[in-house]
Write a protein of this length. Sequence first.
Length: 147
Amino acid sequence: MASKRTIITSDDILGREAVDPEGEILGVVMKLHIDKESKKMIGITIDQGFMKPDMFIGMHYIKNFGVDAVFLNKVPTDKFRGLDVITSGGKMIGTVNKVNAKRHKVEEIIIAKPGRFSRQMASIAASDIEEIGSSVVLKKGYKIREA
């Protein structure tokens, strides 16, 4: 049997904060996901708070289970959903609806452009993004492709 130092229980994980590599608290762990066949944990679900969707975090994102928090080794791309997308001049052009990534690197974002009666979707390549923080800021000369 494994030593007590290498064994943790659901009580050691549930209710703990999930912290990304940048130190931002993404939410609180509310579920554990276990593969029925292999009996191995495949991920966690975190509650991001009021009016935000729950987020699934796969085991490949988890660096370690600390005493007070679950520490992630990568920033999940789902974290960017719902962020405002603004130009370098400060004009809001939409919100992030989906992030397309390969190997955890953003390739493009799909945005919902505001409209009176419906939302139009458009895509922006990662090369046109200046930075992603509390919002997505686009570079000067960015290009939007209708999706």
